[in-house]
Design a binder for this molecule. Sequence first.
Ligand SMILES: Cc1cc2nc3c(=O)[nH]c(=O)nc-3n(C[C@H](O)[C@H](O)[C@H](O)COP(=O)(O)OP(=O)(O)OC[C@H]3O[C@@H](n4cnc5c(N)ncnc54)[C@H](O)[C@@H]3O)c2cc1C
Length: 400
Amino acid sequence: MMNHLQDFILDDEDRRFRAEARAFLVRELEPRASSIENEDSWDSVKAVVRALGEAGYLTLMFRDLYRGWLTKPGLTHATILSEEAAAINYAFETTIGTALSCAYPLHRYATQPVRERYLGDIVGGRSVGAIGVTEPAAGSDISRLQTRITFDEASQEWVVNGLKRYISNAGVADVYIVYGVTDPAAPPGKGLSAVVVPSGTPGLTFPRRYTFMGRRGCVVGEVEMKDVRIPRDHVLGEPGQGTRIMVSMFNFERAILGGSGLGVARAAFKIAQEHAQTREAFGQKLGAKQLVWSTIAEMSWRIDAAELLTYRAAKLYDAGIVGKELAKPAAMAKLVATETAVFCADKAVQILGGDGITKEYGRAEQLYRDARALPIVGGTSDMARYLIASTDLPTLKPTL
Ligand SMILES: Cc1cc2nc3c(=O)[nH]c(=O)nc-3n(C[C@H](O)[C@H](O)[C@H](O)COP(=O)(O)OP(=O)(O)OC[C@H]3O[C@@H](n4cnc5c(N)ncnc54)[C@H](O)[C@@H]3O)c2cc1C
C-alpha cells in the first residue's frame, strides 16, 4: 500500500477507493492475467470488463449514472482504477481507457435515443466500444484524415467510407465511434464529425489484426467502411464538431494513460527493488552497489514526479478545468508517466540481468514489451511536447 507522502494529492476517500479497486482487481483480474498474456485471451479480457461494468466502475466519470459510495466520483478515480489495473496487466487496462473514451462522447454528445441504445451497455460492461481516429495516412496529423462521412438526403442517412488502422477492439467491439470529414471545403483539421457505427452494419469489415511486441490479449486491427449507412441521429453533437469532441476525449484519456504508465512503472520498480535487495554479487547485495543504488533512486523519483503530474491533471479535470486549460497538464501527465513506464521497465530488466529477459522469471520482460506502446498511443510523446511548449511560447507557431 502506498503511504500518504507518495500520494498526497489524493484524499482519504480516494485512498479508500484505491484499496477497494485494488482488492477487486486482485480478485477479478489477477487470476486471468496469465491467460491474457500467455494465451492472448480476449475472452479473459472481456470477462473482466464485464465484472468491472457490473461493479459500476465504468460509470465513475458520469455522476448521473454512478450508484456507488464515492461522494464525488470522477477522473481521479478512473485514473486510480487504471493505475491499479495496469500494475497487474497493462493489456487489460487499455480496455478501460477505450471504454471510457467511447462512453464519454456518447454521454455528452449523443441524442437521447442513441445514448440510451449504446451507453448503458458500455458502462455496464455488457458491450465493448472502439474509437476510430487513426488512418494509414493520418496518425499524429489528423488534418490528413481521408474518411468521408456524407449525408444522403434521399434516405436521410449518413454514409461512411474509409479505412482506419490501429484501432483497439477492431472486430470485437459492439459499437464504433468513427471520426471523418463531413465538410471537405473546411480548413485542414476542421470540418470533422464523429458518428456512431454499430457492429454488424453492412459494409463494416475488419481486414487485418496486428501482432504487437506487447499488449497480448488486446485486439487491435483495421476497420474498413464501404458505403456504411447509419441513421441521421447517429452523429455526435452537431456535424462539424468532431475536432472539439476528439480534443475533449484526448484530454481526459491522457490522465488515464498517466495512470497506466504509473501502474506499469510501479510494477517494474517493485521487481527491481526486490531483486536489488536479494541478489548478491561481488560480496554484497546488488542494490548496495552505487550504480544500482542510483538507478533505484532515479526510478523512484521519476515515479513520484509522474504520480504528482497525473493526479494533478485528474484533479484539475474534476475541479471543472477542461478544454485548452487542461491540455498542458494532461499532456505533461501523459508524457512523464508513459516515459517513466518505459524507463522503469528498461531498468528493471537491466537490474535483473538474464532473469530480466526470460519468461521464466516473473514479469520484467512482459512489462518491457508492454511499456513501449505507452509513449505512442493516445498522442505520442513528441505531440505532447508540442502541446506543452505551444502554451509556453504563445507568440510562436512551430513548423510541425
Ligand atoms: C497498440 C495501439 C493501439 C491503438 N489504438 C488506437 C485506437 O483505438 N484508436 C485510434 O484511433 N488510434 C489508435 N492507435 C493509434 C495511435 O493513436 C497512433 O499510433 C499515434 O497517434 C501515432 O500515429 P502514427 O502511428 O501514425 O505515427 P505518426 O503520426 O506517423 O508518427 C511517427 C513518429 O513521428 C513523430 N512525429 C510526427 N510528427 C512529428 C513532428 N511534427 N515533429 C516531431 N515528431 C513527429 C511521432 O511522434 C512518431 O514518433 C493505437 C496505436 C497502437 C500502437
